[in-house]
Design a protein around this ligand. Structure first.
Ligand SMILES: *Cc1c(COP(=O)(O)O)cnc(C)c1O
Length: 405
């Protein structure tokens, strides 16, 4: 073999391990590969009742579903536009990056935002939520905004504990949960947990290209929205959750090919694998990642952003290294090994040298043991190639954690 050829070990199927868009299954891609359908009659309109039923199953709810041709930001705005008139109070509980984005949107809509910022490494403290709601004696706060999994910090919040804090305060606000990164990956039970609005999007645990914003809406949130005189005609959820004609689900022409893709994704998630089995799969894969990081960290700077396993996402893991090693490692895995890791979103400003000390590994959606173990092996190789100090035994730790009951 010629010894002067530099190897490129990145040929082959790539693994996009940024936390969204996630890996799109071939079955979803193939389902979308169709000629344009008739939107007035036939298979596409006929598929809506089952699609809505399976979307309900994905959030463990028997209540309402609204679909928007939008990304997650659109669904954020829809949740607020249906429930809050200008001047209404909002309690925002950021635990990383995404709660701030939702709060900015609330401010942009003219809402009065009260914020308790829990930083980038810890979850919401329910006691502080209870105290803030008790202090709101005349019930100016209309909605509480929580992020289930913050995709930047990779904190996973205890939603039932936030609900319990609201109940302990005897406060009537609606609980809205951004589950864009967790839906289909981490356990989420809308009805059992007393959530009023769940916000989702197609491109993460739902394994479908970006372009669908989703809301799951409780009876209580629906009733609250109907008391509001002033609502945006396009974003209003009334017709979308109770459509007489196909176009009313979408406020216009349907997102035809996204619906084919989502149908295939829900077949995989709800019918073939089963939602709870998908949760268990994500937990096992996450444990493998955590075990590898602990081994690397025993001999170097690599560390998990969230110390307590009970507070970590099962869908994505935020990691710390010494700057600029995180950026060097990402570049190596992408150019030399076919693995695209996520940037360290929101952990430092992009012009701050510290920014190069953070990265993320997504293990959400259509991922399995060989992909995640492969990603860990590639990171291990990258640490060696770049002479970044690290402890041994990461893959041994990962496989043991993967198999542990
Ligand atoms: C990805 C994400 C968003 C934003 O979704 P877009 O589709 O990019 O608008 C919001 N919240 C969370 C938790 C996310 O992971």
């Amino acid at each position: 073999m010629p010894s002067d050829i530099l190897p490129n070990l990145g040929r082959g199927r790539r693994y996009l391990a940024i936390p969204g868009p996630s890996v799109i299954p071939d079955r979803v891609l193939n389902a979308m590969h169709q000629a344009a359908p008739n939107i007035y009659a036939g298979a596409l309109p006929d598929m809506m009742p089952d699609l809505v039923r399976d979307l309900r199953a994905a959030a463990c709810t028997r209540q309402h579903v609204a679909i928007y041709i939008a990304n997650g930001h659109g669904a954020w705005e829809a949740a607020l536009a249906n429930t809050c008139a200008p001047g209404a109070g909002v309690l925002s509980l950021p635990t990383g990056r995404f709660g701030h984005g939702w709060a900015d949107m609330a401010r942009g809509l003219g809402l009065e935002v009260t914020q308790i910022d829990f930083g980038r490494r810890t979850p919401v403290d329910p006691q502080q939520v209870e105290d803030a709601l008790r202090a709101d004696r005349d019930h100016r706060i209309r909605v509480v905004l929580a992020t289930h999994v913050d995709t930047a910090s990779t904190v996973r919040n205890d939603i039932p504990a936030i609900r319990a804090a609201m109940d302990a305060a005897g406060h009537p606000a609606l609980l809205m949960v951004d589950a864009i990164a967790s839906l289909g990956c981490d356990p989420l039970r809308m009805d059992a947990w007393g959530v009023d609005v769940v916000v989702g999007a197609s491109q993460k645990g739902l394994m479908t290209p970006p372009g669908l914003g989703l809301l799951w809406i409780s009876d209580k949130a629906l009733a609250a929205s109907r008391q509001l005189g002033l609502r945006s005609p396009y974003w209003t959820w009334d017709r979308r959750i109770d459509a007489d004609a196909f176009y009313q689900y979408f406020g216009g022409t349907a997102p035809t090919h996204h619906l084919y893709g989502l149908r295939a994704a829900l077949d995989m998630l709800i019918h073939d694998e089963g939602l709870e089995a998908a949760w268990v799969r994500h937990h096992r894969l996450a444990r493998a990642v955590w075990a590898a990081v602990e081994a690397w960290g025993a001999g170097g700077a690599m560390a998990l952003n969230i110390a307590d396993p009970a507070q970590r996402s099962h869908a994505v893991t935020s990691l710390r290294l010494e700057a600029p090693d995180a950026t060097r490692l990402r570049q190596w895995t992408e150019t030399q090994a076919g693995l695209t890791l996520g940037i360290g979103l929101g952990m430092a400003e992009p012009d701050d040298p510290a920014w190069h000390g953070f990265f993320r590994l997504a293990h959400m959606g259509h991922v399995n043991a060989h992909m995640v173990l492969g990603a860990l092996g590639v990171i291990d190789a990258g640490l060696k190639a770049l002479h970044i100090a690290h402890g041994p035994g990461a893959l041994d730790g990962a496989t043991t954690a993967l198999l542990a009951p």
